[in-house]
Each structure stands twice: as structure tokens, then as C-alpha cells.
Design a binder for this molecule. Structure first.
Ligand code: CU
Length: 173
């Protein structure tokens, strides 16, 4: 009888211990999950902060063959958004090329590319990004990812404007 009583007491305490320890484990799991959730939020914030957008307001007036902004500085990997107001009497575009030596081949080939809005498909390897053709009076937006650090020319390929209508994108670390 005494042994049965001892066994009963033992089972009671063992169950009690198991309940306590399970609760403790639950608590650890909860706080563990919470920590993981917080960490993922921090990671998301960091990702959105990494890419900035530089907005550039640019225009051309009258019969001038040029952009009002001829130098754009931005960080490699960021986004540049050019809002271009074509107040001139002619059509224009913005074509970003890989290097100085690409200006002439792209500009010359564009003269044969009227049907593709002055964007020469056969010289695409020299072109990083290009805008729509902005007709006289148009405002267009042109968005691109800033290439690795370096200096990149941008030109207007409409009707041989490239000889005068140029600017430089300076990509920094
Ligand atoms: Cu032009």
C-alpha cells in the first residue's frame, strides 16, 4: 500500500515537472519565432534602403541642340529617372551608351534607323538604355539602372543631333 502511494506521488511530481518544462520550451519557441520575424523585417528595410532613385529634370528649348543637364552623377546600382521636357521645335531622345567610342557608331547607325524611332537595332550592344522619342512639346520619363562606376555618354540619336546633343552620366561607387 505504501509503495503504491509512493508511486502515485512520483507520477504526480513527474507529470507536474513535464508540464512545467513543456511550458518553458513553448516560451523559448515563441521568443525564437519573434526574433526571426524581427530579423526578416530588418532585412527587408535594408533591401529597400539600398536602391535610391535620382530624379533629373531636364529640358531642351527652342532650336538649341543640347540638353539643359549635361552631367548626371549617381551611385552604381541606383535608379535614375530623367523627366525630359522637350520645349524645342524638333524631336529628341536620350540614348545612354557604354563608352565614348560608341557615340559615333550609334549616332551614324541611327540615321538608317528612322523606322525604329532612331534607335539602331544593329548597335544595341553599345547601348545601355534609351528613351522613347520625345516629339516637340512632349514630356517623357526615362528610367534606367546606373551601370558600374565609370563615365557613360548620353546622346540624342534623332537626325544627327548626336554631334552636339550630348551629356555624361558619372556613376560612382
Ligand atoms: Cu535631338
Amino acid at each position: 500500500m505504501y509503495k503504491i502511494f509512493l508511486l502515485g506521488i512520483s507520477i504526480f511530481f513527474l507529470s507536474f515537472f513535464l508540464i512545467i518544462s513543456n511550458t518553458a520550451v513553448d516560451k523559448i519557441n515563441s521568443s525564437g519565432d519573434l526574433a526571426i520575424a524581427n530579423k526578416s523585417i530588418e532585412t527587408d528595410n535594408r533591401l529597400t534602403e539600398q536602391v535610391d532613385t535620382t530624379v533629373v529634370e531636364m529640358k531642351t528649348d527652342g532650336i538649341k541642340l543640347g540638353y539643359s543637364i549635361t552631367e548626371i552623377k549617381a551611385k552604381a546600382g541606383d535608379i535614375v529617372l530623367i523627366r525630359y521636357v522637350n520645349n524645342s521645335d524638333m524631336n529628341h531622345n536620350i540614348v545612354l551608351v557604354r563608352e565614348e567610342a560608341d557615340i559615333r557608331p550609334v549616332g551614324m547607325a541611327a540615321l538608317q534607323a528612322v523606322s525604329s524611332d532612331w534607335i539602331p537595332q544593329k548597335e544595341m550592344k553599345r547601348i545601355i538604355a534609351y528613351s522613347d522619342l520625345a516629339y516637340s512639346g512632349d514630356t517623357i520619363e526615362f528610367c534606367f539602372k546606373v551601370p558600374p562606376p565609370g563615365i557613360y555618354p548620353y546622346i540624342c540619336t534623332y537626325s544627327a543631333h548626336w554631334t552636339q546633343m550630348q551629356g555624361r552620366l558619372i556613376s560612382t561607387e
